[in-house]
Design a protein around this ligand. Structure first.
Ligand code: OAD
Length: 249
């Protein structure tokens, strides 16, 4: 595996010459917007509670106000921040590469706000709501409610995100598999690679011959299987890749 600053040029070359680019992002891409990642020991989103309490159907049923207020806090935080240069760089790459799919595990909506078009939010969106029992979509929901509101059908309302133990919506999963299997370069950005099936997508692509580029300040579960590791924050590395792409267009 290659590392180091000359690798930015290699990454730009691979992306420039690829016919289909598949991008997978995780919480790290939003860190420079001011949103904590999940597993950061000090300030991570699970710092005071664990994922079972906050991000499972069982956790929600056990303590609906706790889960509701946690998501309300995150939705406010997301509203108060802006996409960062990493998000915008991915939007620019989409404009340069003819065939581009971005799969994000993030529920914060920042890729969409930065202008990404061919985007699959594989874990849903914190900005959308549905009812717990039947999945009825909900219109706008006010901030600062202390308990979940109810759907017309009587069920509690919940955020439209994928919790642990829940299946990824079939359409989003199929589109993600198709895009991964048909690409020739994968760019993996800011994910620990611990949550499947998202974390398996780069390796589906690798089975069909794709090269994998990883951008992350730290090595991850995925690094060993990657072809190129670009160490650093995505808000710095991705704009450099864009500059590399533009320098030879
Ligand atoms: P994690 O919190 O597990 O990992 C964040 C990754 O971002 C780590 O590998 C960090 O090294 C990296 N990172 C930190 N700062 C960065 C920066 N400035 N630029 C680039 N990378 C940076 O978050 P995810 O991998 O997204 O699922 O977590 C995957 C899923 O687990 C989430 O979608 C969520 C969570 O539980 C559900 O809620 C279902």
């Amino acid at each position: 595996m290659k590392t180091g600053s000359a690798s930015i040029d290699i990454a730009a070359d691979w992306i420039r010459n690829c016919s289909k680019l598949f991008v997978l992002t995780g919480a790290g891409v939003s860190k420079e917007s001011g949103i904590p990642t999940f597993r950061d020991a000090q300030e991570g989103l699970w710092a005071d509670y664990n994922a079972e309490d906050l991000a499972t159907p069982e956790g929600f049923l056990k303590d609906p106000p706790l889960v509701w207020q946690w998501y309300d806090w995150r939705r406010k935080k997301v509203q108060d921040v802006q996409p960062n240069p990493g998000h915008f760089a991915l939007t620019e790459i989409e404009q340069i590469v003819p065939n581009f799919t971005l799969v994000t595990q993030n529920v914060d909506g920042l890729h969409r706000r930065a202008g990404s078009q061919n985007l699959i939010e594989i874990h849903g969106s914190i900005l959308l709501f549905k009812c717990f029992d039947r999945g009825h979509e909900q219109k706008e929901i006010a901030f600062d409610l202390k308990v979940p509101p109810h759907c017309q059908c009587g069920s509690m309302v919940r955020p439209s995100v994928v919790w642990f133990g829940e299946a990824i919506p079939e359409k989003a999963l199929k589109q993600s598999y198709d895009a991964a299997e048909n690409c020739d370069v994968v760019l993996v950005v800011g994910t620990s690679g611990l949550v499947h099936p998202a974390a398996s997508l780069p390796f589906l692509a690798k089975r069909t011959g794709a090269k994998i580029i990883e951008v992350n300040p730290n090595k991850t579960e995925l690094t060993e299987g990657c072809d190129l590791f670009l160490a650093g924050p995505s808000g710095e590395i991705l704009p450099k890749i864009v500059a590399g792409l533009k320098s030879k267009v």
